[in-house]
Design a protein. Structure first.
Length: 368
């Protein structure tokens, strides 16, 4: 599944440094605005200790984790909705992403230029959000105009679109994202909102880019605390990391990382939390196939039924789906084999209506 999270924020808040740590596709990171011009796309591995646990039983020739994409998008400035900075190019890059992570600077450093000459993470977030809202206002107004022109047709879809747009416009005009707007409920509401592809409708979480010293003393970082309160009020997640430290960790050999992490007071790279947050934000789950040749993690959406999950592996699996033989990963590891799961009644034969769980180990049976 080629799902992606766009990394956005004002220039010089640490977006490209973060991206460099997430991906081997290195973006240029320099101390001036608009260093990133074209969006860099990095495929990141979703950390999952269950793979290693499964391998203690299977001893597979290969282990393949699941992945998704992070996109490093050029820094936005005030006025982007009207073409300032990279303007519409930046905004179109965001439109192509499935979710957004906004990076905000939560550290003081006189040697790193801030585009607005002050460190104010909540202000930074609001600047980005307002620009996205202004662009969405243009989109919604155009959709409203189209709906009004079609009023004579008595189309239920156009009437619904008119009511939805009229609810969205004052909300966006106040700098509030579309995702927080309660729009009128019609049978067509979801389709109408989806088709507008509103930037502020996309699920969003925040990264607080703190200095290294704050990682073990977040309660003393006033910038982080301000951002945390802002995110809590919105019901959003905020992940604190030190992007510069994460870049150092990413460049180390895996064998050298535990000692380095321990010295920084960490048990794992902070980026693991970022990746898991993005994965969760996209409403994804992981299921596994496990055999001697390969243990592989696969991605599907929460709520997917067994045939849909089978189709992630191969379209023929979904077309010819017969059944799924399902074990819970902890049962498989604890009992030690598929045969023992079967003997203990822990292997279930499921049909087309089975809803997948995060952590299922599955064998799909199909006939094409």
């Amino acid at each position: 599944m080629a799902l992606s999270v766009g990394i956005v924020g004002l220039p010089n808040v640490g977006k490209s440094t973060l991206f460099n740590s997430l991906s081997s596709a290195k973006a240029e990171a320099s101390n001036y605005p608009f260093c990133t011009i074209e969006p860099n796309v990095g495929v990141v591995t979703v950390p999952d200790p269950r793979l290693a646990a499964l391998d203690t039983i299977v001893h597979a020739d290969k282990i393949v984790p699941t992945t998704f994409n992070f996109v490093d998008i050029a820094g936005l400035v005030r006025g982007a909705s009207k073409g300032e900075g990279l303007g519409n190019k930046f905004l179109s890059n965001i439109r192509e992403c499935d979710a957004i992570v906004q990076v905000a600077r939560c550290f003081e450093d006189a040697n790193i230029v801030h585009v607005e000459n002050k460190v104010d993470p909540v202000g930074d977030i609001n600047t980005v959000t307002v620009e996205l809202c202004l662009k969405d206002l243009e989109t919604v107004q155009k959709r409203l105009d189209r709906a009004k022109k079609a009023a004579k047709s008595n189309s239920p879809i156009e009437k619904a679109a008119e009511a939805i747009c009229e609810a969205l416009i004052p909300h966006l005009d106040q700098g509030k994202p579309a995702r927080s707007c309660k729009v009128p409920e019609f049978n067509e509401t979801a389709v109408i909102v989806r088709d507008m592809q509103l930037l502020t409708q996309k699920p969003t979480f925040y990264i607080a880019n703190v200095d290294e010293g704050s990682l073990t003393a977040l309660d003393k970082n006033l910038h982080y605390l301000a951002l945390k309160k802002f995110a809590d009020d919105e019901g959003a997640l905020v992940v604190p990391i030190c992007a510069a430290l994460e870049e150092q960790i990413a460049e180390l050999e895996p064998a050298d990382r535990p000692e380095f992490l321990a010295g920084a007071g960490l048990t794992e790279p902070g980026l693991n939390s970022v990746i898991r947050a993005g994965y969760k934000l996209l409403n994804l789950l992981t299921f596994f196939t496990a055999g001697k040749v390969e243990i592989r993690a696969w991605t599907t959406v929460v709520g997917a039924k067994a045939p849909q999950a089978a189709g992630v592996i191969h379209t023929d699996f979904e077309k010819g789906f017969i059944k799924a033989e399902v074990m819970w990963w902890e049962d498989f590891v604890g009992l030690g084999s598929e045969a023992k799961c079967r003997e203990a009644g822990k292997l279930a034969i499921e049909g087309k209506e089975y809803v997948m769980r995060d952590g299922d180990v599955v064998h799909f049976r199909f006939n094409v």
